[in-house]
Design a binder for this molecule. Structure first.
Ligand code: UDP
Length: 244
């Protein structure tokens, strides 16, 4: 999340955003289930200019053993940005931001995954950000849900995610990098549409109570669009002719 640049035109007089979208229009989203033959489950997502690959391994034995839980399985998530994924080369060492996002994604997935069915084991989720353009945590969470389903891990629902936000005093759907840097607010939301439960909600910026409610509504509606694409990706692999 960067500084706010008030000089940038984020919304023109016709209500068009800096990348040509309308206020309630998401970026182009493409999700593919599968693709990594050495993983138990995998997914690839393009969310605007974000490009993200996710591999899932497990349920499998936990080493060291004392990290395991006799009552339930555990979920481990690593969100990792390639040094070349951003304009200014990222230091390959794990950053505070990557550690935080790994934790946030893990906590957003946990309500969806039936870990209690696999005591003493771990499910590992590896997220590789190949290209970043704002909203990587939402795109990664969306792809991770598909990869977990692709691995055949029992789930209560999939988590679909997208960010709502505010630019030029207007609530928008799917915040891109420029809007994140120069806009007024960014609210990533993760949502389980069948269970109607929010599992991720963060907010950077300032909103009035009315704007807050509108952002949640716009974000949840956006998650429902993302959910349809998640289901389509799994359908294409398992019931269509575009198997991965
Ligand atoms: N970013 C970057 N360098 C970094 C980290 C982030 O250029 O070391 C960019 C990247 O495009 C990312 C955006 O800043 O998507 C917004 O980052 P934020 O921390 O808000 O997380 P995100 O929106 O990706 O979930």
């Amino acid at each position: 999340m960067g500084g706010r640049d008030a000089t940038m035109v984020l919304l023109d007089e016709n209500g068009i955003r800096c990348d040509g979208r309308k206020v309630d229009e998401p970026r182009r989203i493409m999700i593919k289930a599968g693709g990594l033959k050495n993983a138990d489950g995998s997914a690839y997502i393009e969310f605007g200019d974000n490009k993200i690959l996710v591999g899932v391994f497990g349920p499998r034995d936990v080493h060291p053993k004392h990290m395991s839980n006799t009552d339930t399985g555990i979920l481990r998530v690593r969100y990792h940005m390639e040094p070349f994924s951003v304009g200014e080369r990222k230091n390959p060492a794990p950053s505070r931001r990557e550690i935080e996002i790994s934790k946030v994604i893990k906590e957003a997935l946990e309500p969806a995954v039936m870990l209690e069915k696999f005591p003493r084991t771990a499910v590992d989720v590896f997220i590789e950000i190949l290209q970043a353009d704002g909203g990587t945590r939402c795109a990664a969470l969306t792809a991770a849900s598909v990869a977990l389903a692709d691995a055949g891990i029992p789930m209560r629902d999939m988590v679909a995610a997208i960010a709502a936000g505010k630019v030029a005093d207007t609530v928008i759907l799917d915040v891109n990098n420029e809007e994140d840097q120069a806009g007024q607010a960014d609210m990533p939301i993760g949502y389980m549409p069948s269970l109607e439960k929010i599992t991720l909600l963060q907010l950077d910026g300032v909103l009035t109570p009315e704007e807050y409610k509108k952002c949640v509504q716009v974000g949840v509606d956006g998650c429902k669009l993302v959910y349809d694409l998640q289901k389509k990706a799994l359908n294409d692999k398992y019931f269509g002719n575009k198997g991965g």
